[in-house]
Ligand binder design. Sequence first.
Ligand SMILES: Cc1cc2nc3c(=O)[nH]c(=O)nc-3n(C[C@H](O)[C@H](O)[C@H](O)COP(=O)(O)OP(=O)(O)OC[C@H]3O[C@@H](n4cnc5c(N)ncnc54)[C@H](O)[C@@H]3O)c2cc1C
Ligand code: FES
Length: 336
Amino acid sequence: MAKVALNFEDGITRFIETAGYETIAEASYRVGINIPLDCADGACGTCKCLSRSGTFDAGDYIDEALTDEEAELGYGLACQMRPQSDMVVDILASSTACKVEVTTYETEITELVFLSSEIVQLKTKIKDGTVITFLPGQYANILVPGSSETRSYSFSSLSDTDEMEFIIRLIPNTGLMSDYLRQAKVGETLSITGPLGSFYSRDITAPTLFFAGGTGIAPFISMLEKLNKEANNTVIKLFYGATTTENIVELQRIQSFENLQVLTYPCVSNEVSDTFASGFVTQWVNKEELKEDSYDIYICGPNAMVEAVKTTLEQQQITFKNFYTEKFIPTGTLTV
Ligand SMILES: Cc1cc2nc3c(=O)[nH]c(=O)nc-3n(C[C@H](O)[C@H](O)[C@H](O)COP(=O)(O)OP(=O)(O)OC[C@H]3O[C@@H](n4cnc5c(N)ncnc54)[C@H](O)[C@@H]3O)c2cc1C
Ligand code: FES
C-alpha cells in the first residue's frame, strides 16, 4: 500500500492510498476523485500528471500519450502509474474539475502560548479524533470566530495526528484574527480547512537552503520535524530573520533535533542584539557562504523579504535546481 498526495492546480491537496497493484487513477476513482481520464489505456495522454517524489511503475503506453522526454522529466499517466513508494503527484487540473472537496475540521483550542510578546503558538485538536494529513510546509484556512472570514496559517507540526500547531504573529493595532487570538481561550472551537498550498518539502536531492522571515519559520519547523522523524541525516542551512531578538522563536527546538543537522543563521533587523547578527538574511547570500554549484531553495515570509532574497540570489548568481516560495500576503489571500 502506498500513500499518494495529489496536488491540484488550485493548491488543494488530497491523499489517497493505493491498494495492491492499483493505478493512481483506480485508487482516486475508488474514493470519488475524478481525475481527467479518457481512454484509460495509455493511448490518449488525458491523464498526464507529474511525479514530484517517490517511485512508480510507469505501465504501458504509446509515445503519442507520453514522450520519452516527458517521462524523463517525471511525467506519467495516472491510468497506468502504479506507485512503488509513497508519492507526491501534481494533477494537471483543478480540484473542482475533479470534484474534490477540501475537508473542514472542527477543532478545540488546547494550548495558546506566547513565544514572544507578539507571537502566539496555537495548538488545536480535532474534536472527533479524525487524523489530518498534509505535506510539511502546507497551510490551512482558519475561520475567525464570530465572522465569516478566514485567515491562512502554515502548519508548524507533524502531519498524521489529530492535533495541529500554528505559529502566528499578532499584528499591532487591529487585525481580525490577531484581535481574536489576543483574548482566545483554551476550549474554544476553531473551524480549520485544509490542507492547501504547493509550498512543501520535496525529496532532498541537492544541498538545501531554508530562508524564513518572521513567522515564516512555521512551515520550516514542520519540514524539519518530518526530516528529523525520518532520521534524515542531511545538513540544512536555515537563514532566519526577525525584527527583534524575542521574535526569533523556537530556535532551541530547531537546534535540538537529534537526527538532523540544522545550521542556523539567525539575525534581527530592528535592534542591535547581543545574541544574534544584525541585519537581514540577505547578508549571507553570497558565494563565500554558499559555495555549492547548485541548491534547492525554499523561502517563506512577508512579501518584501521573499522578493529581497530572490533578487539577491539573482545578483549574487547563486544557482539553484529547485526553487519554492510562500508569501504571507495579508488578508489571507494568496496571490503569488
Ligand atoms: C499562505 C499563507 C500562509 C500564512 N501563514 C502564516 C503563518 O504561519 N503565521 C502568521 O503569523 N501569518 C501567516 N500568514 C498571514 C495571515 O494569514 C494573516 O494575514 C495575518 O495573521 C493577519 O491577519 P489578521 O486577521 O490579524 O489581520 P487582517 O484583519 O487581515 O489585517 C488588518 C490590517 O493589518 C494589515 N496587515 C496584515 N498583516 C500584516 C502584517 N504582517 N504586518 C503589518 N500589517 C499587516 C492588513 O493589510 C490590514 O490593513 C499567512 C498568509 C498566507 C497567505
Ligand atoms: S486516460 Fe488516456 S492515457 Fe490515461
